[in-house]
Design a protein around this ligand. Structure first.
Ligand SMILES: NC(=O)C1=CN([C@@H]2O[C@H](COP(=O)(O)OP(=O)(O)OC[C@H]3O[C@@H](n4cnc5c(N)ncnc54)[C@H](O)[C@@H]3O)[C@@H](O)[C@H]2O)C=CC1
Ligand SMILES: O=C(O)C(=O)CO
Length: 386
């Protein structure tokens, strides 16, 4: 028998029971649900990562929908429990949904929502920040100051890499990868090489236009290339940022062999998912190549780091905060709530999850649709004509 969990309740007499496994930023998401006759229950348990058992207790006997988190294991057990409680709506408060077994959700007829777009720029900005911090050794230099070791300017003190004119490599040039590429190309005048299963047409168009702009202004134009293989990116780029989804094809995409192909002074950034990198191999590589640097937002055994990583001076580590801007986190909560609400109310799926702005405008009511349902096709949900 699962232990009871502590909850905060909004609109106790609401017709539909919606559970959020965590408190989420902002109040718009709560208001949108309450206005549509939902009783909203927010888990206030102090424990950071809820177990399957905890979530079963939250779902209870009657539950119309759940907003969950990327740290939770949404598989057969939870979808079966939700379905038994009458629920057909779930949304991750995240764009990535590698924690969700979509086949299991399909089996129980549960719609699975995610939150694309609203976190694209925020996540890309953190990847760009880590790139600069690693190139210019900002975290090491900060530690040096705080330790009282600075006793005057020196020609060799914390010398790092100039980004301008170097090559940035992007693996997975989707929404976030493309936004990051644009920041690095436009902001630092870096050349671009990228690898993706698909051509990033809009990104290429942007870089081409920017190169023409630079040339017209008498500056060295930037160059760009879609690589035929990932290894080409690893060999040519000075800064490599990982932005693919996590699935079977990207698990340990960066391993011992691939690390060995990178330049000795390269910078590797990971703001995708931890298991995209073999972290044990990475620690060994960092140890053997002190000029190689990494910036990591995500970890293979999150929230833990592999032994040795924390001691590496050439690693910058932050706790999965890439999407952590106020506007983005409030927007993620809104999209997740609207995914669940829309499914409960029988709304169609939005036709283009890359265009979610209409759901985020606080001054107008959101469109009558679910912003992003990843298994809409499998469940044969109608698609919005808007
Ligand atoms: N650290 C953080 O806080 C955050 C992490 N993420 C992660 O970033 C991922 C990407 O998000 P978006 O850009 O919105 O998704 P997206 O779907 O727009 O982009 C993913 C790209 O990866 C490419 N891809 C898939 N398999 C590949 C492979 N084997 N090799 C190379 N490329 C491959 C896809 O073709 C696509 O272009 C999410 O799935 C999530 O895991 C997203 C937001 C915040
Ligand atoms: O959205 C995601 O996938 C995250 O990792 C957190 O923003």
């Amino acid at each position: 028998m699962a232990k009871p969990v502590s909850i905060e309740v909004w609109n106790p007499n609401g017709k539909y029971r919606v559970v959020s496994t965590k408190s989420m930023p902002g109040t718009r998401w709560i208001n949108l649900l309450v206005d549509q006759d939902c009783r909203v229950e927010i888990c206030t348990q102090k424990k950071t990562i809820l177990s399957v058992e905890d979530i079963i207790a939250l779902i209870g006997d009657k539950c119309d929908g759940v907003i969950g988190q990327l740290t939770e294991d949404w598989g057969e057990t939870l979808f079966s429990a939700l379905s038994k409680a009458g629920g057909r709506a779930f949304s991750n408060m995240a764009v990535g949904y590698n924690n969700v077994d979509v086949n299991a959700a399909n089996k129980y007829g549960v719609a699975v929502g995610n939150t694309p777009g609203v976190l694209t720029e925020t996540t890309a900005e953190l990847a760009a920040s880590l790139s600069v911090a690693a190139a210019r050794r900002i975290v090491e230099a900060d530690g040096f100051m705080r330790a009282g070791l600075y006793d005057g300017w020196l020609p060799h003190l914390f010398v790092g890499n100039l980004l301008k004119g170097q090559t940035v490599g992007v693996i997975g040039a989707g929404r976030i990868g493309s936004a990051y590429a644009r920041m690095m190309v436009e902001g630092f005048k870096m050349n671009l090489i990228y690898y993706d299963l698909y051509q990033a047409t809009r990104l290429e168009k942007f870089v081409k236009a920017y190169a023409q702009f630079l040339k017209a202004n008498g500056e060295q134009p930037v160059t760009w290339k879609r690589a035929a293989s990932m290894d080409e990116v690893l060999q040519e780029a000075d800064v490599i940022s990982l932005h693919p989804i996590l699935d079977k094809t990207t698990y340990h995409l960066v391993n011992k062999e691939r690390l060995a192909k990178m330049k000795k002074e390269a910078i590797l950034i990971n703001c995708s998912r931890g298991p995209v990198v073999d972290e044990v191999a990475l620690v060994e590589h960092l140890r053997e190549n002190p000029m190689f640097r990494v910036g990591l937002d995500v970890f293979e055994d999150e929230p833990y780091m592999k032994p040795g990583l924390a001691e590496m001076k050439n690693a910058i580590v932050v706790p999965h905060i890439a999407s952590a801007s106020k506007w983005t986190r409030e927007g993620m909560a809104t999209l997740a709530a609207l995914n669940v609400l829309g499914k409960i109310k029988g709304y169609p799926a939005w036709s283009d999850p890359n265009r979610v702005e209409p759901f985020l405008n606080e001054n107008t009511p959101p469109p009558v649709a679910c912003p992003s349902i990843v298994n809409a096709k499998a469940l044969a949900l109608p698609v919005s004509k808007l």
